[in-house]
Design a protein around this ligand. Structure first.
Ligand SMILES: C[S@@+](CC[C@H](N)C(=O)[O-])C[C@H]1O[C@@H](n2cnc3c(N)ncnc32)[C@H](O)[C@@H]1O
Length: 261
Protein backbone atom coordinates (compact mmCIF):
# COMPACT_ATOMS: atom_id res chain seq x y z
CA UNK A 1 0.00 0.00 0.00
CA UNK A 2 1.43 3.39 -0.95
CA UNK A 3 1.93 6.18 1.51
CA UNK A 4 -1.10 8.38 1.98
CA UNK A 5 0.00 11.76 3.23
CA UNK A 6 -3.05 13.91 3.86
CA UNK A 7 -4.32 16.50 6.23
CA UNK A 8 -3.03 19.90 7.27
CA UNK A 9 -0.09 21.72 5.72
CA UNK A 10 3.24 21.94 7.53
CA UNK A 11 3.58 24.63 10.16
CA UNK A 12 6.53 26.93 10.73
CA UNK A 13 9.13 25.41 13.04
CA UNK A 14 9.17 26.70 16.57
CA UNK A 15 10.70 25.67 19.85
CA UNK A 16 8.31 23.70 22.05
CA UNK A 17 8.25 24.97 25.63
CA UNK A 18 11.23 23.67 27.54
CA UNK A 19 10.26 21.05 30.11
CA UNK A 20 11.45 21.29 33.66
CA UNK A 21 14.99 20.07 34.33
CA UNK A 22 15.41 16.34 34.66
CA UNK A 23 14.02 15.40 38.09
CA UNK A 24 15.39 12.47 40.05
CA UNK A 25 14.20 9.09 38.89
CA UNK A 26 11.19 8.44 41.05
CA UNK A 27 9.06 5.37 41.48
CA UNK A 28 5.30 5.55 41.59
CA UNK A 29 3.48 5.13 44.86
CA UNK A 30 2.62 1.54 45.67
CA UNK A 31 4.50 -1.72 45.42
CA UNK A 32 6.64 -2.74 42.46
CA UNK A 33 5.02 -5.50 40.40
CA UNK A 34 6.26 -8.84 41.63
CA UNK A 35 8.94 -10.28 39.38
CA UNK A 36 7.41 -12.88 37.12
CA UNK A 37 3.84 -11.72 37.79
CA UNK A 38 1.55 -12.26 34.83
CA UNK A 39 0.33 -9.23 32.90
CA UNK A 40 -1.95 -9.07 29.87
CA UNK A 41 0.86 -7.74 27.68
CA UNK A 42 3.23 -10.53 28.68
CA UNK A 43 0.53 -13.11 28.09
CA UNK A 44 -0.14 -11.78 24.61
CA UNK A 45 3.59 -11.66 23.95
CA UNK A 46 4.03 -15.28 24.94
CA UNK A 47 1.55 -16.34 22.25
CA UNK A 48 3.61 -14.59 19.59
CA UNK A 49 6.09 -16.72 17.69
CA UNK A 50 9.43 -16.73 19.52
CA UNK A 51 12.23 -15.70 17.19
CA UNK A 52 9.85 -14.12 14.68
CA UNK A 53 11.43 -11.61 12.30
CA UNK A 54 10.29 -8.37 13.93
CA UNK A 55 11.96 -6.34 11.16
CA UNK A 56 9.45 -7.71 8.63
CA UNK A 57 6.13 -5.87 8.30
CA UNK A 58 4.41 -9.19 7.59
CA UNK A 59 5.21 -10.42 11.09
CA UNK A 60 3.33 -7.52 12.67
CA UNK A 61 0.59 -7.63 10.10
CA UNK A 62 0.08 -11.29 11.02
CA UNK A 63 -0.18 -10.43 14.70
CA UNK A 64 -2.76 -7.74 13.94
CA UNK A 65 -4.79 -10.17 11.84
CA UNK A 66 -4.73 -12.96 14.41
CA UNK A 67 -5.49 -10.66 17.32
CA UNK A 68 -2.10 -11.21 18.99
CA UNK A 69 -1.97 -7.49 19.61
CA UNK A 70 -2.17 -7.29 23.36
CA UNK A 71 -0.09 -4.10 23.30
CA UNK A 72 -3.12 -2.21 21.99
CA UNK A 73 -4.86 -0.62 24.99
CA UNK A 74 -7.46 1.15 22.88
CA UNK A 75 -6.60 4.60 24.22
CA UNK A 76 -3.79 7.11 24.54
CA UNK A 77 -1.23 6.11 27.18
CA UNK A 78 -2.13 8.11 30.31
CA UNK A 79 1.42 9.42 30.96
CA UNK A 80 1.51 10.81 27.42
CA UNK A 81 -1.86 12.48 27.85
CA UNK A 82 -0.59 13.96 31.11
CA UNK A 83 2.56 15.34 29.47
CA UNK A 84 0.40 17.02 26.87
CA UNK A 85 -1.94 18.39 29.54
CA UNK A 86 1.05 19.74 31.48
CA UNK A 87 1.97 21.77 28.41
CA UNK A 88 5.38 20.14 28.07
CA UNK A 89 5.05 20.76 24.36
CA UNK A 90 2.81 23.07 22.38
CA UNK A 91 1.11 21.99 19.13
CA UNK A 92 3.83 21.41 16.55
CA UNK A 93 4.81 18.99 13.78
CA UNK A 94 4.84 15.63 15.54
CA UNK A 95 5.90 12.18 14.27
CA UNK A 96 4.49 9.10 16.01
CA UNK A 97 6.69 6.08 15.22
CA UNK A 98 5.16 2.58 15.22
CA UNK A 99 1.79 4.23 15.69
CA UNK A 100 -0.31 1.06 15.60
CA UNK A 101 -4.01 1.89 15.40
CA UNK A 102 -3.20 5.52 16.19
CA UNK A 103 -4.58 6.06 19.68
CA UNK A 104 -1.67 8.31 20.74
CA UNK A 105 -1.47 10.01 17.34
CA UNK A 106 -5.17 10.86 17.38
CA UNK A 107 -4.98 12.25 20.90
CA UNK A 108 -2.30 14.71 19.84
CA UNK A 109 -4.10 15.52 16.58
CA UNK A 110 -7.16 16.36 18.66
CA UNK A 111 -5.02 18.77 20.66
CA UNK A 112 -4.03 20.60 17.49
CA UNK A 113 -0.70 18.92 16.69
CA UNK A 114 0.18 18.39 13.03
CA UNK A 115 0.68 14.63 13.34
CA UNK A 116 2.41 12.21 11.00
CA UNK A 117 1.80 8.64 12.17
CA UNK A 118 4.13 5.93 10.85
CA UNK A 119 3.72 2.17 10.86
CA UNK A 120 4.69 -0.55 8.40
CA UNK A 121 1.72 -2.83 9.14
CA UNK A 122 -1.12 -2.37 6.68
CA UNK A 123 -3.90 -3.11 9.16
CA UNK A 124 -2.52 -0.63 11.68
CA UNK A 125 -2.34 2.12 9.06
CA UNK A 126 -5.78 1.38 7.65
CA UNK A 127 -7.38 1.46 11.10
CA UNK A 128 -5.52 4.64 12.10
CA UNK A 129 -6.78 6.33 8.95
CA UNK A 130 -10.36 5.21 9.45
CA UNK A 131 -10.33 6.32 13.11
CA UNK A 132 -9.06 9.72 12.03
CA UNK A 133 -11.76 9.99 9.38
CA UNK A 134 -14.47 8.89 11.83
CA UNK A 135 -13.30 11.54 14.30
CA UNK A 136 -13.00 14.26 11.67
CA UNK A 137 -9.31 14.70 12.53
CA UNK A 138 -6.47 15.51 10.13
CA UNK A 139 -3.84 12.79 10.41
CA UNK A 140 -1.07 11.93 7.98
CA UNK A 141 -0.49 8.17 8.02
CA UNK A 142 2.61 6.77 6.35
CA UNK A 143 2.80 3.03 5.77
CA UNK A 144 6.57 2.96 5.98
CA UNK A 145 9.43 1.29 7.77
CA UNK A 146 10.73 3.90 10.22
CA UNK A 147 14.28 3.03 9.19
CA UNK A 148 13.55 4.35 5.68
CA UNK A 149 12.22 7.78 6.72
CA UNK A 150 15.54 9.61 6.54
CA UNK A 151 16.69 11.37 4.40
CA UNK A 152 13.27 12.26 2.94
CA UNK A 153 11.95 13.45 6.30
CA UNK A 154 15.22 14.74 7.72
CA UNK A 155 14.74 17.69 10.07
CA UNK A 156 10.99 17.68 9.36
CA UNK A 157 9.60 17.33 12.87
CA UNK A 158 9.55 19.46 16.01
CA UNK A 159 8.86 16.39 18.13
CA UNK A 160 8.90 12.60 17.88
CA UNK A 161 6.70 10.46 20.10
CA UNK A 162 7.85 7.03 21.26
CA UNK A 163 5.45 4.44 22.62
CA UNK A 164 6.18 0.71 22.29
CA UNK A 165 8.07 1.09 19.00
CA UNK A 166 11.59 1.06 20.49
CA UNK A 167 10.73 -2.16 22.35
CA UNK A 168 9.27 -3.66 19.15
CA UNK A 169 12.32 -3.40 16.92
CA UNK A 170 15.22 -5.85 16.95
CA UNK A 171 17.45 -4.69 19.83
CA UNK A 172 20.50 -4.85 17.56
CA UNK A 173 18.95 -1.98 15.56
CA UNK A 174 18.58 0.37 18.53
CA UNK A 175 21.67 2.49 17.71
CA UNK A 176 20.23 2.97 14.20
CA UNK A 177 16.85 3.84 15.67
CA UNK A 178 18.46 6.55 17.83
CA UNK A 179 20.11 7.96 14.70
CA UNK A 180 16.82 7.90 12.77
CA UNK A 181 15.00 9.79 15.51
CA UNK A 182 17.78 12.40 15.65
CA UNK A 183 17.68 12.74 11.87
CA UNK A 184 13.91 13.27 11.76
CA UNK A 185 14.02 16.06 14.34
CA UNK A 186 15.08 19.61 13.75
CA UNK A 187 17.79 20.83 16.13
CA UNK A 188 16.35 21.28 19.65
CA UNK A 189 13.32 19.21 18.71
CA UNK A 190 11.92 16.94 21.41
CA UNK A 191 11.94 13.15 21.53
CA UNK A 192 9.51 12.12 24.22
CA UNK A 193 7.44 9.17 25.30
CA UNK A 194 7.67 5.89 27.11
CA UNK A 195 10.29 3.17 27.20
CA UNK A 196 9.02 -0.19 28.38
CA UNK A 197 10.74 -2.68 30.68
CA UNK A 198 8.75 -5.91 30.31
CA UNK A 199 9.68 -9.02 32.22
CA UNK A 200 9.37 -11.65 29.53
CA UNK A 201 12.64 -12.05 27.60
CA UNK A 202 13.18 -13.31 24.05
CA UNK A 203 10.43 -11.81 21.94
CA UNK A 204 8.80 -8.40 21.62
CA UNK A 205 8.35 -6.34 23.65
CA UNK A 206 12.12 -6.38 24.12
CA UNK A 207 13.20 -4.96 27.41
CA UNK A 208 15.34 -1.92 28.07
CA UNK A 209 16.49 0.03 31.09
CA UNK A 210 17.57 3.47 32.15
CA UNK A 211 21.26 2.84 31.54
CA UNK A 212 20.70 1.69 27.97
CA UNK A 213 18.47 4.57 26.93
CA UNK A 214 20.86 7.10 28.48
CA UNK A 215 23.76 5.52 26.56
CA UNK A 216 21.96 5.15 23.23
CA UNK A 217 20.59 8.65 23.04
CA UNK A 218 23.42 10.53 24.73
CA UNK A 219 25.26 11.47 21.53
CA UNK A 220 22.29 13.07 19.82
CA UNK A 221 20.22 14.26 22.74
CA UNK A 222 20.20 16.10 26.03
CA UNK A 223 18.07 14.37 28.66
CA UNK A 224 15.49 16.70 30.18
CA UNK A 225 13.31 14.27 32.07
CA UNK A 226 13.32 10.58 33.03
CA UNK A 227 10.97 9.07 35.57
CA UNK A 228 8.83 6.06 36.33
CA UNK A 229 5.32 7.39 35.76
CA UNK A 230 2.64 6.70 38.36
CA UNK A 231 -0.17 6.49 35.81
CA UNK A 232 0.86 3.79 33.32
CA UNK A 233 -1.75 1.35 32.09
CA UNK A 234 -2.21 -1.02 35.02
CA UNK A 235 -0.25 -4.04 33.71
CA UNK A 236 2.70 -1.78 32.89
CA UNK A 237 2.80 0.17 36.13
CA UNK A 238 6.35 0.44 37.43
CA UNK A 239 7.76 -0.91 34.16
CA UNK A 240 7.78 2.21 32.03
CA UNK A 241 10.16 5.12 31.81
CA UNK A 242 8.63 8.44 30.82
CA UNK A 243 11.26 10.56 29.14
CA UNK A 244 11.89 13.81 27.32
CA UNK A 245 15.07 14.25 25.27
CA UNK A 246 16.01 17.39 23.37
CA UNK A 247 17.97 16.98 20.17
CA UNK A 248 21.35 18.61 20.31
CA UNK A 249 22.05 21.58 18.05
CA UNK A 250 24.92 19.92 16.21
CA UNK A 251 24.35 17.42 13.44
CA UNK A 252 24.09 13.85 14.64
CA UNK A 253 27.00 12.05 12.99
CA UNK A 254 26.95 8.25 12.54
CA UNK A 255 30.17 8.00 14.55
CA UNK A 256 28.28 9.46 17.51
CA UNK A 257 26.07 6.45 18.15
CA UNK A 258 27.13 6.35 21.78
CA UNK A 259 28.05 2.69 21.53
CA UNK A 260 30.80 1.58 23.79
CA UNK A 261 31.15 4.90 25.55
C1 LIG B 1 4.00 -3.08 20.02
S1 LIG B 1 3.20 -2.32 18.67
C2 LIG B 1 2.74 -0.74 19.36
C3 LIG B 1 1.73 0.02 18.54
C4 LIG B 1 1.28 1.35 19.18
N1 LIG B 1 2.40 2.22 19.47
C5 LIG B 1 0.49 1.07 20.43
O1 LIG B 1 0.99 1.37 21.52
O2 LIG B 1 -0.63 0.56 20.30
C6 LIG B 1 4.59 -1.90 17.65
C7 LIG B 1 4.17 -1.26 16.35
O3 LIG B 1 5.35 -0.85 15.66
C8 LIG B 1 5.23 -1.24 14.32
N2 LIG B 1 6.62 -1.40 13.85
C9 LIG B 1 7.55 -2.26 14.32
N3 LIG B 1 8.71 -2.09 13.66
C10 LIG B 1 8.49 -1.09 12.75
C11 LIG B 1 9.30 -0.48 11.76
N4 LIG B 1 10.57 -0.84 11.56
N5 LIG B 1 8.74 0.49 11.00
C12 LIG B 1 7.44 0.86 11.18
N6 LIG B 1 6.62 0.31 12.09
C13 LIG B 1 7.15 -0.66 12.87
C14 LIG B 1 4.42 -2.51 14.32
O4 LIG B 1 3.79 -2.73 13.09
C15 LIG B 1 3.43 -2.21 15.44
O5 LIG B 1 2.28 -1.58 14.96
Amino acid sequence: MPDEPSGSSPRAPRDPPVPSPCPPLSRPAGPEPAPGSAAPTATAASRRTPGADVSAPGTWEGWYRTGEDGWDKGAVAPPLARLAAEGVLAPCRLAVLGCGRGHDALHFARLGFDVTAVDFAETACREARSRAAASGLALTVLQRDVFTLAPAYEGTFDAVLEHTCFCAIDPSRRPDYARVVAALLRPRGLHFGLFFRPLEPGNPPFTTDEEEVRRLFRAGFELLRLEVPPDSFEPRRGRELLFVFRRREGLHRPADSGQGT
